[in-house]
Ligand binder design. Sequence first.
Ligand SMILES: CC(C)(COP(=O)(O)OP(=O)(O)OC[C@H]1O[C@@H](n2cnc3c(N)ncnc32)[C@H](O)[C@@H]1OP(=O)(O)O)[C@@H](O)C(=O)NCCC(=O)NCCS
Length: 176
Amino acid sequence: MDEPRIETQRLLLRTPQPEDASEVQRLAGDFRIADVTRSIPHPYPPELAQRWIERCAEEWASGAAANFIITEADSGKLVGCMALKDISRGEAEVGYWIGVPYWSRGYASEACNALVDFAFRHLRLRRLHASHLARNPQSGRVLFKAGFRHLGLGHAACGSQGKVEPVELYEQVSGE
Ligand SMILES: CC(C)(COP(=O)(O)OP(=O)(O)OC[C@H]1O[C@@H](n2cnc3c(N)ncnc32)[C@H](O)[C@@H]1OP(=O)(O)O)[C@@H](O)C(=O)NCCC(=O)NCCS
């Protein structure tokens, strides 16, 4: 399948490229990102972004995931990442982060809405799920505004220390 691209009013979601590595490292290297995500270590090792970008291409080719760099359509600036992860049997997990300088502009909500549409209409997935740390409610707002349903509370190892913490669980089923 062709490399995916998603356009929204203000954003372009596109495939990660090798030249994105330094900006991914700079933005994902902020502790406030690692603190509330599952797979971002802190400190962020120099070669990790490059390895992640290579893996993104492999995952898209094998159908395992669709990883996107989020850029501002006007400036081309990289503002974050969003992904459909662990694609299997018509289901996927949604994950994302937005660089701290770009918070509170509605970018995550705008991108997540478009990603859900892409997942159901373009990839024909049937169910999406997502979770966020209970102490990170702004992520829940992103999911709620993108049509996700709150399922309840669970526990998961999260954050850069891998500590088990309460997480809020969400799902969205195609056509509901
Ligand atoms: C969660 C995150 C993706 C939100 O990105 P964003 O682009 O700022 O989100 P939006 O601007 O679309 O706003 C979403 C909601 O969060 C709220 N919000 C945004 N920044 C906030 C802040 N610093 N403090 C409190 N609330 C905030 C907004 O008010 C909005 O809620 P509303 O619709 O009720 O007003 C971003 O904060 C982030 O990357 N955090 C670290 C990584 C992370 O949490 N990833 C998700 C893991 S599950």
